[in-house]
Design a binder for this molecule. Structure first.
Ligand SMILES: [Zn+2]
Length: 353
């Protein structure tokens, strides 16, 4: 054999090795992009809280510091009479009351996890961190992980992947269709209820037969009247993706001092939360406010509280709206909102004189 063919076969061999390397590399890249393009995952990951395990989980959280935390039942759901739980967290001398509602819409489950994780974070940090100790000596947090345990039960048990409303028999035929019937609890508050034109009982946005027709809304209004909340935050996630990773303000704020204050807080929250699948942070759209009977309109106009809605979820690289991501992404989302909430409330405290 001459040297030349040897050289050629050596080159060919190297070329083949390189080719295999390139294929492996491409396969790795496409797998990695599949991971980022992952959509909703069913059944829901083990990291999601479930309605039937909620009492157990909230009891565990409350037990972390019984002197600082009370687990309350503020009312019951309209149809299945499921308890509406609240964690009340704060030192006895705390005078400013804050409200966080993790869920109004059954399939928007991320907020249940965020609110419970935020409660646990506050309690753990109280013992370990002087800033949180100060926070909880001034502020009392009322954390309601879900105001819609019926919708939460349907989705967290895997019965249906999507269920926005509660389980009220809205068509009056005495036979409940879980898929279509129910009241959208975030359309049942009394402020601007009359302006909402959607009266189709099977609409996912059905506002109910009258303002405050649902016991869930009666319960939260009763709590609001007792506690005089200063700041209220409502967690949602946008199933369509059209509203995701944004913060929504009350309608008709008319640039009042309370509105400007609310808007400033919403902007600082938005700037501290990175979007899940695309560069940039959450935003606060201007001039996009629904004049319907939702929580932020009620708390702002009727209770004189700062109030805004945080819409989690995101659009992945395949253009899919993701509100039920896998455990790993859920954990990432929960952690960044716990950080953002902590930063917001710690920033609210007046400077030491
Ligand atoms: Zn929602």
């Amino acid at each position: 054999m001459t040297k030349k063919p040897l050289l050629i076969s050596w080159v060919l061999m190297k070329f083949e090795q390189l080719f295999h390397l390139a294929i492996t590399f491409l396969a790795f890249i496409s797998l990695a992009s599949c991971a980022t393009a992952k959509g909703n995952v069913y059944p829901l990951g083990s990291g999601y809280l479930r309605q039937d395990k909620l009492f157990e989980e909230l009891t565990r959280i409350a037990g972390l510091n019984p002197a600082l935390v009370q687990l309350r039942i503020i009312g019951f759901s309209a149809n299945e009479k499921l308890p509406l739980y609240a964690l009340e967290i704060g030192a006895k001398k705390a005078t400013h009351n804050m409200l966080i509602i993790g869920q109004h819409h059954g399939d928007e489950v991320i907020g249940v996890n965020i609110s419970a994780a935020f409660a646990e974070h506050l309690i753990n940090q109280y013992a370990a961190n002087a800033e949180y100790k100060k926070l909880l000596e001034q502020y009392r947090f009322w954390i309601v992980p879900t105001l819609n345990p019926e919708g939460f039960r349907v989705v967290s048990s895997g019965q249906f992947q999507f269920k926005r409303k509660n389980n009220t028999d809205t068509d009056g035929r005495k036979r409940l269709d879980l898929r279509t019937e129910g009241v959208d609890l975030n359309r049942n508050y009394p402020v601007f209820w009359d302006l909402d034109t959607d009266i189709n009982v099977n609409s996912p946005f059905y506002k109910g037969k009258g303002p405050v027709s649902e016991s869930e809304i009666k319960a939260i209004i009763a709590l609001a009247q007792q506690q005089n909340f200063e700041l209220c935050i409502f967690l949602h996630s946008s199933a369509s993706g059209a509203y995701s990773e944004k913060i929504y303000l009350p309608a008709r704020g008319n640039n009042s001092a309370l509105f400007i204050q609310t808007k400033t807080l919403a902007h600082s929250y938005a700037a501290s939360v990175k979007r899940d699948y695309s560069p940039g942070t959450y935003t606060v759209p201007d001039g996009l406010a629904s004049e319907v009977g939702n929580a932020r309109n009620f708390f702002f106009h009727s209770m004189g509280a700062m109030a805004f809605l945080v819409e989690t979820g995101g659009i992945n690289s395949n253009g899919q709206s993701v509100i039920h991501p896998d455990n790993k992404m859920l954990d990432k989302i929960v952690k960044k909102h716990v950080r953002a909430l902590s930063k917001l409330f710690i920033g609210l405290m007046p400077e030491d004189k």
